[in-house]
Design a protein around this ligand. Sequence first.
Ligand code: C2O
Length: 577
Amino acid sequence: MESTNQHCMILLVLVLILACNVITASSASPASKRFHFNVEWKQVTRLCHTKSLLTVNGEYPGPTIAVHEGDNVEVKVTNRIAKNTTIHWHGIRQYRTAWADGPAYITQCPIRGGHTYTYKFNVVDQRGTLLWHAHFSWQRASVHGAFIIYPHLPYPFTPKIQAEIPIIFGEWWNADVDAVEGQMMYGGGPNSSNAYTINGLPGPLYPCSAKDTFVRAVEPGKTYMLRIINAALIDELFFAVANHTLKVVEIDAVYTKPFSTLAIMIAPGQTTNVLLTTNQAPDASGMFPMAAAPYLTSVFPFDNSTTLGFLKYKGPKSSDKNTKPSVVVPNLPKMTDTPFATKFLNKLRSLATPQYPCRVPKAIDRRVITTISLNLQDCPQNQTCKGYAGKRFYASMNNQSFVRPLMSILEGHYKNFTASQLTSTFPERPPKEYNFTGVDPLTENMNTEFGHKLLVVPFGTNLEIVLQDTSFLNPENHPIHVHGHNFFIVARGFGNYDANVDPASYNLVDPPERNTVAVPVGGWAAIRLKADNPGAWFIHCHLEQHTTWGLAMAFIVPNGPSPSQCLLPPPDDLPSC
Ligand code: C2O
């Protein structure tokens, strides 16, 4: 079976090389935008703890990249630390430019200390808010920032926007993040963060942090666009602003049918644009608090604190310095409010107009069903493991725990699939049918398999992936992110997916289009995409500890038949391993 696959791959690679030799660079000449990122340490103090924080250009959060739809983007990344790094442009489709996607060992070898790599890509047919972040180890804890794409056409919503307000959520650890990650070497979970942050600032509910509070002045009677980004490492968040409703207009750089809500749920890797109208009567402080706190579905220890920032209405009333602003945000859901999260996510719909059509595949060529699960592994002899029952925690998709190879999968695929020892044998069904979300499927998830088996789908495949949570150890809401493609969330549900029943209720008209789906706790989500972007693409849980434990896989899309559907040749400065 395997060797047949490999022969097919050799053929595919040959076809790809023949079809693609004739490629020349695109002749269109859109604007070029150039940026320079220095990855460097910086002394930063929060919560009365000073530490060396990994940053881009000394900024935390990092610099905003703002471009226009259609622009060519070049970001020269210089690694000024004695460790490896890479940067990922989360949600940018990277059509034909997989070399610039960024995940270490998937599309490139890391940029070594002292070295430079220039990421070059176009931003095509996408508009709105995304993020960029480091994609090596746990560096994205502090190496992240906003990626804003201004549209060609006017916004498809009203009223007029007075100004934009970036709201980037993060997590702060007093300890070194490498040390937090290192704890997981002993098979246990990571220590939870010490604070959540809004634009790098924890806010007044944390020790020593009153001065480290995000405050934004606004004019009364105007409408602002909040570009909300969850760059937290391991927590899904609720967000609300006291007294104000939020009108959702865009998610993951795709317009949605607008709707109003008192709060949003946003998972790591997701972005949400909301409109906020300053139509409330402020008290003497002039301040309205905004808050983010975790949406909690796990029994593992977690950071249950709340980060606060403020909108400060301009005007005569706000001059009273003696009035303390309220720090209560009554419309923030409780941390365990799964019904709220479910209702909120169910309201998200693609705009689906002639201008912004919803291109959901109506029929599929292939359905892959995969568990997304935690696992337990026997502790190696002579070691002490800190996971449950003296064992080690892992995580997997269909009981495959992804281990990164010591090479770039994309390079291996591009150069010679067989010599690179990559195999296209990712199982397309769970190894065993059982009651995934039942009470105690304990033994089914013992001792997962380690490796990096790939899923290979022909170019143009209409692919459905059903992501099935399991209650092994702990059912949990997992934000699953797909690189290189947006997808459509055609259905979500609780319990076990049923291929005979559930497809009947799919939304094939205006399902939300995203790059990261929050799979319901103890449930499943069905996503569809057209695999039309040649390259090697990572799929993984955007809760960083789960990626570390192996809740990830990669899939390969070979070149398409026409030269304009082929992966471009690797850039000259592509790092080597
Ligand atoms: Cu936002 Cu693979 O990451």
